[in-house]
Design a protein around this ligand. Structure first.
Ligand SMILES: [Zn+2]
Length: 149
């Protein structure tokens, strides 16, 4: 006989619209995507390290960093995954490829989408370049994806 006195816990997903302030460093980065179709890194002189995406303080020496470095946008795939499952927060319907890209002139990996790529030709070290959205909003998806060169 079923226990009808049990207390059930139901797992649900709550989706809430929100706005957030990107702050001065991320704002400059995102506005350059929007206005210039250009990817900038930020350089720590003490460590001689270029961060992309940029950050306000160096992850190694904790110094405040303000020196912007324009990058070509080209880089190489350091790792990747082919996504085959769907979640409401994902940027694209599956399947799609997400990758960590080391941009030329940067010392950190930049996570973004790959497009126009044959999954069979995916490999570490694949040379890629950004494809910008026609209409840009100051959002990370102003870069639609990176494609093989
Ligand atoms: Zn540093």
């Amino acid at each position: 006989m079923a226990n009808l006195e049990e207390i059930l816990v139901s797992e649900q997903v709550l989706q809430v619209p929100y706005s957030y302030s990107a702050g001065p460093v991320a704002s400059r980065f995102l506005l350059a995507l929007k206005e210039e179709k250009k990817i900038y890194g930020i350089w720590c002189a003490a460590c001689n390290k270029v961060y992309v995406p940029p950050r306000a303080t160096c992850g190694q020496c904790q110094a405040e960093i303000k020196d912007w470095v324009p990058l070509s946008g080209q880089g190489r795939v350091e790792s990747f995954a082919v996504v085959h499952y769907a979640e409401s927060i994902q940027p694209l319907p599956p399947p799609y490829v997400i990758a960590v890209i080391k941009l030329d002139g940067a010392d950190t990996g930049f996570t973004h989408l790959l497009g126009e790529v044959d999954e069979k030709k995916l490999k570490i070290g694949l040379k890629v370049e950004p494809v910008f959205a026609r209409e840009r909003k100051g959002h990370i998806l102003d870069i639609r994806y990176f494609k093989p060169i």
